[in-house]
Design a protein around this ligand. Sequence first.
Ligand SMILES: *[C@@H]1O[C@H](CO)[C@@H](O)[C@H](O)[C@H]1NC(C)=O
Ligand SMILES: *[C@@H]1O[C@H](CO)[C@@H](O)[C@H](O)[C@H]1NC(C)=O
Ligand SMILES: *[C@@H]1O[C@H](CO)[C@@H](O)[C@H](O)[C@H]1NC(C)=O
Length: 299
Amino acid sequence: MNKHSCICAIGCIIYLVYFLSDIDECAQNTHSCSMTSGVCKNTPGSFRCSCKPGFIGDGHNCEGYINGSNILSKNESYFAYLRGFLVPAVGNNTGWLLCYRASLHGWAGEEFHTRCDGKGNIVTFIQTDQYVFGGYTDIPWGCSPGARTEDQSGRCCIFPFKYKGHTYNQCILGKLFKRWCSFDAVYSRHWAYCDDDPYKGYHTTDKAFIFSLKNKEGLAPFKSMVNHDSQAIYMEISRGPTFGGGHDICIANNAGHNAHSYTNFGHSFLAPSEVKEKITVLAGTHHFTPDEVEVFYLP
Ligand SMILES: *[C@@H]1O[C@H](CO)[C@@H](O)[C@H](O)[C@H]1NC(C)=O
Ligand SMILES: *[C@@H]1O[C@H](CO)[C@@H](O)[C@H](O)[C@H]1NC(C)=O
Ligand SMILES: *[C@@H]1O[C@H](CO)[C@@H](O)[C@H](O)[C@H]1NC(C)=O
């Protein structure tokens, strides 16, 4: 044997020993990847962890794309679909936080508004029986409590605002003891009286969409963009999350205890052409009583 083939033979033996001695940690379950939502991939002498589609983390710890959603947790494929729907709207941002959960905070529409208004990038999940659907809006339904005004177009107070050399963090008392605020950080004659019973009506956005994760017609999860932008979302302090002019989705006040909530899908949002019954496809029936409503936002 010459020197070259000798080195080659030794190399082969080392490789063979290494190869034969590799333990498949993934198959033997001796890996440290997340058992519930991780994926283990065997490598020579070791293994690599990653997260299942729709889950986020280093593979050892994986959390659903929207961490802590009880509704989405019911079927892990929901996370992956939802992420696909939301990435075009919000990019890879993943730090969603809960602002409202009906089973935790109660069914009063005003409670939902008090907790979620004033926040941007809001996604709502509705579960009724086995069906799961919801919607996304980049703009809030209303002003955060304290910044609500009687402005006819729903504009909010800006805090802090500067007026005559002073800085204000809340509405200020004006003539006739009525409180008012500025719409600009530095007062420039755009103002309104503050009002706890605020604007009622539509807000315009072309970014809102409705989605279905599990529907009556057994269609694959779908996303449906707004096509009447000027009626994308509807604000009324006593209502739950309401989308569209029909309304495409209406969550009533006290929705968990009545059947006043309904869907009129296809009114302001473009329903997929394969949908047969637009008014029942999302919730199973036209009017419904939700079992749970959850709302998350991006801070
Ligand atoms: C996910 O939620 C759990 C429980 O609510 C919390 O302990 C954990 O810190 C959250 N993870 C992230 C990345 O926010
Ligand atoms: C999201 O992240 C992926 C890879 O991590 C990247 O390829 C993609 O461009 C990102 N998308 C946006 C909208 O930032
Ligand atoms: C999870 O949801 C997907 C999408 O709606 C559906 O195809 C699948 O059958 C569901 N899985 C279970 C176990 O319900």
